[in-house]
Design a protein around this ligand. Sequence first.
Ligand code: SAM
Ligand code: SF4
Length: 266
Amino acid sequence: MYDNYNRHINYLRISVTDRCNLRCVYCMPAEGVNILSHSDILTFEEILQVSKTAISMGVDKIRITGGEPLVRKGIVDLVEMLAQLPGLNDLSMTTNGVLLSKYARPLKEAGLHRVNISLDTLNEVKYTSITRGGKLSDVLEGIQAAREAGFHPIKINCVVQRSSDEADAGDVAAWCKKQGLEIRFIHEMSLTEGHFSVVEGGSGGDCSSCNRLRLTANGKIMPCLFSGIEYDVRALGAENAIRMAIENKPACGSTNMSGAFYNIGG
Ligand code: SAM
Ligand code: SF4
């Protein structure tokens, strides 16, 4: 489907959980978050139903995200069901990589096409501090497992405060080059100010060509990360919610109202 600004909407990002095994400083508050209750989270059947409807309306690209998608119980089964949907050309996942050494192969076998893995620094101490407790070696092992499982290309998401010139980003970039991994730099968005930001070396941030819709873990279709507009698939039905989101997708976003990425999936 085309929106009012003649953008072809063909990409759906699905947040499958608001829970996470890390607590990155730029994503979640230190004291933790009010997680959604189990009944608020869409079931696999509901996610599949929304996905099928979205595909029938022109979506051919789906990205699974979170929270951390690999902490959702049964995630490999969900990937397998999504991968079999006719009309879906690209199925990818954004993960912090911590659990990938366990899941990379099953995900590949289930039909996942691509992974993006988040990594902001190669310094163990800094990694633990940014993620409030994560272990760098878990991610590095996860990346290795993704390569061995045959994922290609593997993209690394690297959050930078101001620019990709920062020392940690430079180290990650050099390491990626050596390892044959692609890197994208994401400008850190302040959770309190929530201003719009761009992505270097990847899509995102260019409103005039934005082809995305988002489905939150609790079933809201959001046409734009930087506006508060959302439509509830449970209340409206998937088709209406998607149609209304496309019809009301803003020309350009301004401010992120939610103050959190873990529910909407970044
Ligand atoms: N847990 C997974 C991960 O970290 O890759 C998927 C969800 S996470 C919300 C998706 C992406 O959003 C990650 O690459 C993360 O670095 C990025 N992100 C989270 N908070 C952000 C913020 N305040 N500004 C910019 N990017 C952010
Ligand atoms: Fe978890 Fe990803 Fe947010 Fe970090 S950025 S706290 S890994 S959801």
